[in-house]
Design a binder for this molecule. Sequence first.
Ligand SMILES: [Zn+2]
Length: 92
Amino acid sequence: MGSVQIQCTRCKNVFRDRAARLQDGYSRQCPSCEVVLFFTEDSQHPFVKRAMRNARKARKEQREAVRRAAPEPRLGRSRAFAGRTQSAERED
Ligand SMILES: [Zn+2]
């Protein structure tokens, strides 16, 4: 969950990595040819650009999924203050 496809800029091998990791400044080795790929926001390489874009999208979707799954807890303070009236009634 939350992984994106990355295409190696050298050998064109496609592999996956976590979207959470794929942020500006991230680097990782291709599992196939072991070239180190650098992921930066200003990269000119279409493979890197696509991976960055997909990672951003995946992170956004994940955030929204989390929000849907766990809505903010309601501040429903329904602690009915049962002020017990002391029955200090005298029976005359
Ligand atoms: Zn490669």
